[in-house]
Design a protein around this ligand. Structure first.
Ligand SMILES: [Zn+2]
Length: 552
């Protein structure tokens, strides 16, 4: 099965080294930017640690044994999903940050809310709404499982989030209740990260439908009895660890609510609290149906997304019979989806031959500074509130508090300056002196400073400290290209795109470098791709150089 084995994806090469552990020097008596008393960090910012494994950086205040288990889940799930989704082993450079803490702290920062596919007492494969209703009725009557009369209900409702941070780091938010994280929730969020490599900017229905389709790889063992009135077993008696299972939790969500294909294709990614999991459930239904009944066209659609095509245009090309502009087209899709779910969603599923992937779950750990905890929580809060152009009045005061706690926190200094505050340059120069191992301080200094020598040195240091930062790599590449070193720049630009193939700015930098080395055909093609990936957010600035050098 090839969900999306595009050449752009398969050419990804491994990076030689991972980021070095950042070492924070203790703050002392050096001159500070803020005169007067420092602010003590709030209690919830204390006691956090940072755990670094092969592919994840987990920031957490949970017990270390809970985190150790989570790391094992993350690494194993990542390996299994990757092996299930691509034909050949593909090393994806870079680590994903995972913020894991109690639901009371992170619940508000986790807008991705959905029903998972299975749970204790909710393990019947290809179940129908009628059967689920019968189960509920029996349980209510005290015949079975009187403790929980709806085992495919609220118990399966979870929240999380996946976003890319200001400095380009993929980040998962995991609220944790109790001593463990649901394996399906972990699988769901890891699938979001893999989807950003496979489909770059999937539309919300594909993002959520794909994650649900994949997450069953980590679900409960499902029961697959012979059909009622028959003794003939179809397929395996029990199924576990497979992708694409029609798990009962999904069916239960579909039985509770509905949405039209027209609404689903236009969905912007937010769910109303009054109708939990509504769009998520139908996203899964659409993906599951397409995978089972339109697999070639789905592959075509996904390949188009992987090449940076706009999702709406790609849909019209891949599924002309369901072009939303044609009268009645989406009504026939609604009818097909309705048939698909009415008799118990049935479909193919698949698993790996050797499901027990050997993964390395080793990790190192270090204390995490309260100011860094404060920063990641602010970032998660921003990511949980789609801006839609709305101002965030709370943001400046949070950043100000953070700077009172740690006057040289480099990201906060640069962020505050972007919101109209003083230039961060003085503070960033002090920050690199105080925290010479902090790649963020060097990168932001490079961005803020004008003098070429200081800029070059700062970008080089940022790349040295964090060779898998797409932002550091592309910043150095653009600097070198525009300062007479386009040949050296090319390698850095390609590495940036291996880490973040979805990134319009990194794509624009590659186009610029092609223009500088005289490859105008490639430059103009990559230029168009950068424009598509920027989603109308304005032309990436670097592309002006392509216009100057290649459009005569
Ligand atoms: Zn999701």
């Amino acid at each position: 099965m090839h969900i999306a084995c595009t050449s752009a994806f398969l050419i990804a090469a491994s990076l030689a080294a991972f980021a070095q552990t950042q070492k924070k020097l203790p703050t002392g008596s050096e001159e500070l930017l803020i005169k007067g008393p420092r602010r003590s960090p709030d209690k919830h910012l204390l006691g956090w640690r940072e755990y670094r494994s092969a592919h994840f950086v987990v920031d957490s205040n949970l017990s270390s044994f809970v985190v150790a288990r989570l790391i094992q889940q993350l690494e194993t799930t990542r390996a299994l999903e990757l092996r299930a989704l691509v034909a050949e082993p593909v090393p994806l450079p870079g680590r994903v940050r995972v913020i894991a803490a109690g639901a009371s702290l992170l619940g508000e920062l986790a807008p991705d809310k959905y029903f998972i596919g299975s749970g204790k007492g909710c393990q019947l494969l290809n179940v129908t709404c009628w059967q689920l209703e019968q189960q509920r009725f029996d349980a209510l009557a005290g015949l079975v499982n009187a403790v929980n009369f709806d085992p495919c209900g609220q118990d399966l409702f979870f929240a999380g989030n996946y976003f890319v941070s200001r400095l380009g780091e993929p980040t998962i938010v995991l609220p944790v209740a109790g001593l463990s994280v649901s394996p399906e929730v972990v699988a769901h969020q890891v699938a979001h990260h893999l989807a950003s490599h496979l489909f770059l900017h999937p539309p919300p229905w594909l993002r959520e439908g794909f994650a649900a389709f994949v997450e069953t790889i980590a679900g409960e063992t499902l029961d697959n009895p012979a059909p009622t009135g028959s003794h003939i077993q179809r397929g395996e008696r029990t199924v576990v660890g497979a992708v694409g299972l029609a798990a009962p939790g999904f069916t239960a969500a579909l039985c509770r609510d509905s949405v039209s294909a027209k609404e689903l294709l236009r969905w912007q990614g937010e769910e109303a609290a009054s109708r939990p999991g509504r769009y998520h459930g139908h996203s899964w239904l659409l993906y599951h149906w397409l995978w089972n009944h339109r697999s070639k066209k789905l592959s075509d659609f996904q390949s188009r997304l992987a090449s940076g095509e706009n999702a709406e245009a790609a849909w019209r090309q891949a599924f002309p019979e369901y072009n939303p502009d044609h009268p009645g087209a989406l009504a026939s899709l609604d009818a097909a989806l309705d048939r698909h779910r009415s008799f118990g969603v049935v479909g193919r599923y698949y698993r790996l031959k050797d499901a027990a992937a050997e993964t390395d779950s080793a990790y190192s750990e270090a204390a995490l500074a309260p100011a860094d905890v404060h920063l990641i929580l602010i970032e998660a809060q921003v990511a949980s509130q789609p801006s839609n152009g709305r101002a965030r009045p709370w943001l400046l005061s949070e950043l100000h508090d953070l700077i009172l706690e740690e006057p040289l926190q480099p990201v906060a200094l640069a962020w505050r300056a972007e919101l109209g505050f003083d230039s961060p340059l003085d503070g960033l120069r002090k920050a690199v002196a105080r925290f010479p191992g902090d790649w963020r301080a060097w990168l932001l200094l490079g961005q803020a400073v004008d003098a070429a020598a200081e800029k070059a040195a700062a970008f080089r240091m940022a790349v040295k400290l964090k060779p898998d930062s797409a932002l550091a790599l592309q910043s150095l590449a653009l600097f070198l290209a525009t300062h007479g070193e386009p040949a050296e720049a090319l390698g850095y630009a390609k590495q940036a795109l291996e880490v973040a193939p979805w990134d319009a700015q990194a794509t624009a930098v590659l186009a610029t470098i092609d223009a500088f080395i005289g490859e105008c055909d490639e430059a103009l093609e990559t230029y168009q791709r950068a424009l598509r990936l920027s989603f109308g957010a304005g032309r990436p600035e670097a592309l002006a150089q392509v216009d100057r050098l290649c459009r005569r």
